[in-house]
Design a protein around this ligand. Structure first.
Ligand SMILES: *Cc1c(COP(=O)(O)O)cnc(C)c1O
Length: 370
């Protein structure tokens, strides 16, 4: 088995068109932020978030940070976030001087549980920032009701969810702002980069100011800002990827259906759930195993040549960096997921043969423990 080629958990696809686009920018001599970034923003807005204003930035993390600052989040505020996510979610809240408040997840979707969010609201709550984890939309409908009831804002960490929808609305069109990551392992990439989709002209203008030293007009700095600009080299890659992401998503969904068919009946394994009204874009195809997760991950790699990932093994509220914000907090469904999840290869480059190998490898690895 090990003699078969290794199936990686993720595989960025960079083609000749991306290379040609970078070359075009290099030949133009204008490589910093310019017309490519501007065009990328308009095209992204058009294709993915129903025409909302988009602002291109240097990373997803800076997109979250600038989005929160642009929405007025700062010291004394609390923002409710999941703990079962990449650390950038809580980090970005902490970087504004506000306090990340961690809530538990819905065990089916792995996204924020509205009841846990409701219980975490205080007079200091400024906003709620769900993550559309693994490409499944968070419960934006229920979270909107809670947010409105308490007069707090909704923001979105859509880093993993380009093209996901809930009841026909694309993610990125629910919150005051939403961030999409363009890191190489995400559903589309610009090399490094992020896109911030904004609900209002004011938030969009604030993100633009913060992205560029607080300037709209050169040397007329209005606020303290960063350099978080996306270069035209990166934007040119992103523009090409944007024309392909829809087909890649369809392939991810077909691959997920193939894995579902092979794994759904396997004792001790739970395949991903798609909530009614949701379009899941399968950034990850994440199963739960009742026990023995780490042994199974090792067996997949060592005995079957199948890569997989554990996202995320340590809940954010227990990381040395973020734990000080959550003394004594217990999030049982987050803890359980962190023990049980395995993300299997689902990327668009997989062949049917690869998918068959993933199914038989998981089946064998799970059965070996029973
Ligand atoms: C990738 C990711 C980020 C950060 O994006 P970068 O582009 O890597 O800075 C934030 N949140 C989540 C959920 C992510 O997966």
């Amino acid at each position: 088995m090990v003699s078969l080629p290794f199936i990686p958990a993720a595989k960025p696809i960079i083609g000749d068109e991306e290379r040609a686009a970078v070359d075009r920018v290099l030949l133009s001599g204008m490589v910093a932020q310019g017309p490519e970034a501007k065009a990328f923003e308009a095209e992204f807005a058009d294709r993915l978030v129903g025409g909302r204003q988009c602002v291109a930035v240097s990373s997803g993390t800076s997109g979250l940070h600038l989005g929160l600052l642009a929405a007025g989040v700062g010291p004394g505020d609390e923002v409710i976030v999941p703990s079962f996510t990449f650390a950038a979610t809580g980090n970005s809240v902490a970087l504004t001087g506000a306090t990340p408040v961690f809530a538990d997840i819905d065990p089916a979707s792995f996204c924020l549980d509205p009841a846990s969010v409701r219980a975490a609201i205080t007079e200091r709550t400024k906003g709620i920032m769900p993550v559309h984890l693994y490409g499944h939309p968070a419960a934006m409908d229920e979270l909107r009701v809670i947010a409105d009831e308490h007069g707090v804002a909704l923001y979105e960490d859509a880093a993993q969810a380009h093209g996901a929808q809930l009841h026909g609305t694309p993610v990125g069109a629910f919150g005051d702002f939403a961030m999409f990551s363009l890191y190489p392992t995400k559903n589309m990439t610009s090399g490094e980069g992020g896109m911030v989709s904004c609900a209002t002209d004011e938030i969009a203008r604030n993100v633009r100011l913060l992205r560029n030293q607080g300037m709209e007009t050169q040397y007329a700095n209005e606020v303290i800002g960063f350099n978080a600009r996306m270069t035209d080299l990166h934007a040119a890659i992103g523009r090409v990827q944007l024309t392909k992401v829809e087909a890649w998503t369809a392939q991810r969904q077909a691959n997920a259906a193939h894995l579902d068919a092979g794994l759904a009946g396997l004792p001790g394994v739970t395949v991903p759930v798609v909530r009614e009204g949701a379009v899941h874009v399968y950034h990850q195809y994440t199963i739960r195993v009742a026990e023995d997760r780490d042994r199974i991950v090792t067996a997949l790699r060592e005995e079957h040549g199948v890569g997989s990932g554990v996202y995320y093994p340590i809940p954010n509220h227990r990381l040395p960096s973020l734990a000080p914000y959550a003394p004594g907090l217990d999030l049982p469904r987050t803890e359980e997921a962190a023990q049980q999840v395995i993300s299997l290869p689902v990327h668009p480059s997989l062949t049917d043969g690869d998918l068959e190998r993933v199914v038989s490898a998981v089946t064998a690895a799970v059965k070996a423990g029973s």
